[in-house]
Design a protein around this ligand. Structure first.
Ligand code: GUN
Ligand code: ZN
Length: 446
């Protein structure tokens, strides 16, 4: 940092100002030799290095990363912090996977010490993967939500999270009640919502594990506290949908269960939404409720293929998410690679510029966070990453033959993972760096 309190970073810089149009270049700002200025944790300016030098800026002030790509930190719109160790659990689809692997693991989070250690480890996995913000499920235990917010606050991260609400169809030790979930949520909201960089999301796990009474409590909380978020799961798996029909016989469809209790809206994010009717798609669009596209999870759990063109064509906001531990990677690069393949199987494509837009500004917009993160507009919080495009010999060889930015980005998202994340900065401060040695040693800076 210079004596003026401004930090300067010089690198290749890419960010988005709107949905990118690869043909016209609209929405894309790319500086092959750019400078990012950060003051008091926020973006002060961004520009072309040569132009800034001509205007009198001394380029010698910059930390210079000539071979790296500097981008806004990635955002993950749906992930479960207690499921870090559930990742890669063999052999089941959603309902058996929950019963056999997920629920037993989540039981461990009644212990606040255990939860605190797990929260810190989880946040480090995010940062190591270049993800600087996320919308996070905790567990049914309020102390696990408390531990998560405390860890995120300590690391100065922008996070949205909430206590899982579930009062039926799970092991007894994992159940709350409508009354206790109401009291716990109110306390957590009052302690954490809109403090520092934290926001609260009401988190009924999914309709099968909440009674109608608990969903009614959730709807009342949503109305009582303007500015809250809501996250849950929707239409992920065919057995789950059949179960919904028997649990909620009067509902028109799965989405109608949530709609009935007032849980739809632009701050609501529904995980998956793979097997939706036309009515459900229309209702999501009408209420501007979002779908979190979780390709690694949808493939791993055999849930199905998300028809993104159909949703976007109808005007439903679609964000990109890992869904760890149903998802198989914390890396949004790997998530983009699988998203591309899921769409290919349906005759659709994911342009790399659109993919990187989704992982940054697109997800910020979907989570209503684009007033503070997602790109390098002046005044935004300076959460950013430095990407090494050639982290393996194969990547280096492929990148050497790339002729333009979009080809480099496509190779990055197809071949990349956490090894490509060279550095992660939170509000202008370096928090993680992958050392440049053969072992790929990790360096944490507190
Ligand atoms: N549906 C209800 N709970 C879960 C969960 O933890 N993961 C996924 N993928 N789907 C769910
Ligand atoms: Zn999930």
């Amino acid at each position: 940092m210079s004596s003026s309190g401004v930090s300067a970073f010089r690198a290749r810089i890419l960010h988005f100002t709107d949905v990118p149009n690869p043909l016209t270049g609209a929405g894309i700002e790319y500086f092959p030799d750019g400078v990012l200025l950060v003051e008091q944790g926020r973006v002060k300016a961004i520009g072309n290095a040569e132009d800034m030098a001509q205007q009198g800026f001394d380029l010698m002030q910059c930390r210079h990363f000539p071979d790296h790509l500097l981008m806004p930190g990635f955002i993950d719109s749906h992930i479960h912090y207690p499921q870090t160790s559930v990742i890669a659990s063999y052999g089941e689809q959603l309902l058996d996977w929950l019963n056999n692997f997920t629920f037993p693991t989540e039981l461990q989070f009644s212990d606040p010490e255990f939860a605190a250690v797990a929260a810190q480890a989880f946040l480090k996995f995010l940062l190591q993967n270049g993800t600087t913000s996320a919308m996070v499920y905790t567990t049914v235990f309020a102390q696990s939500t408390q531990a998560f917010f405390a860890a995120a606050e300590k690391m100065n991260l922008r996070m949205i999270a909430g206590k899982v609400m579930m009062d039926r169809n799970a092991p007894a030790g994992l159940l709350d009640t409508p009354e206790t979930s109401d009291a716990d949520c109110r306390k957590l909201i009052e302690t954490w919502h809109c403090t520092k960089r934290m926001q609260y999301a009401l988190t009924p796990r999914f309709a099968p594990t909440s009674s109608p009474e608990q969903l009614a409590v959730t709807g009342k909380l949503y109305r009582d506290y303007p500015g809250l978020y809501l996250q849950t799961h929707l239409s992920e798996n065919k057995q789950e949908i059949a179960w919904i029909k028997s649990l909620y016989p009067n509902a028109r469809d799965y989405l109608d269960v949530y709609d009935h209790y007032g849980l739809l809206g632009p701050r609501s994010v529904f995980g998956h939404g793979i097997h939706l009717s036309d009515d459900e798609v229309a209702r999501l669009a009408q209420t501007q409720s979002g779908i979190a596209f979780c390709p690694t999870s949808n493939l791993f759990l055999g849930s199905g293929l998300l028809d993104m063109a159909r949703l976007e064509g109808a005007g439903v906001p679609v964000s990109l998410a890992t869904d760890v531990g149903g998802g198989t990677s914390f890396s949004q690069l790997r998530t983009l690679a699988e998203a591309y393949k899921v769409l290919q199987l349906q005759g659709q494509n994911l342009h790399p510029l659109k993919g990187f837009y989704m992982a940054t500004l697109g997800n910020a917009r979907a989570l209503q966070l684009d007033n503070c993160i997602g790109n390098f507009a002046q005044g935004k919080e300076a959460d950013f990453i430095l990407i090494n495009l050639g982290a393996t010999p194969l990547q280096a060889m492929r990148q050497a033959s790339a002729k333009e930015l979009q080809e480099e980005l496509f190779a990055l998202m197809t071949l990349g993972d956490e090894h490509n994340i060279a550095r992660t900065y939170i509000m202008g401060k370096l928090v993680f760096r992958r050392a440049d040695n053969a072992k790929g040693e990790l360096v944490w800076l507190d």
